[in-house]
Design a protein around this ligand. Structure first.
Ligand code: ZN
Ligand code: ZN
Ligand code: ZN
Length: 151
């Protein structure tokens, strides 16, 4: 997903985030990543582009961008943090554990459940997160092929 640079500037401004060179470089690299990415992976990409951004700076920039809602943090059981560049509307993710592709789900079916939970628990629910992990069509076929090969 490619964003014109003035859109990116606007996003930073609208969220009261200072558009430093490093943050712009990190966001641009994130926007061009295929599927989800790790801070380390993004750092390697930037290094190959000769962008002088240290690993710690990449971590900090990603945290700032996540807080501002410009990128998503993907829940994961891995040791490394995972992020994805998504749209700006409320959404959920399906993540392929095989090839790292992230599919956005725009239709949120949870507000009904949230209201029911509010009635049952007396809570006021302010937000929720939900992610699906699995294998995409391509990876599923590959896995089946391998299993057949073994058998
Ligand atoms: Zn997302
Ligand atoms: Zn896959
Ligand atoms: Zn939702």
């Amino acid at each position: 997903m490619r964003l014109p640079i003035n859109t990116i500037y606007h996003d930073f401004k609208a969220r009261g985030l200072k558009a430093t060179q490093q943050r712009l470089a990190v966001l641009a690299a994130a926007a061009h990543a295929d599927g989800y990415f790790t801070p380390q992976g993004l750092y390697e990409t930037l290094k190959n582009q000769c962008a002088a951004v240290g690993l710690t700076t990449v971590y900090r920039a990603l945290e700032a961008l996540e807080r501002a809602g410009l990128i998503c943090r993907i829940e994961s059981t891995r040791d490394e943090r995972l992020y994805a560049y998504c749209s700006r509307v409320h959404h959920h993710h399906i993540i392929c554990d095989g090839c790292a592709q992230v599919v956005e789900l725009d239709d949120c079916a949870l507000p009904g459940l949230a209201r029911q939970l509010e009635r049952e628990t007396g809570f006021i629910i302010r937000s929720h997160t939900l992610e699906f992990h699995g294998l995409c069509c391509t990876c599923r076929l590959e896995t089946q092929g391998n299993l057949r090969g073994v058998a």
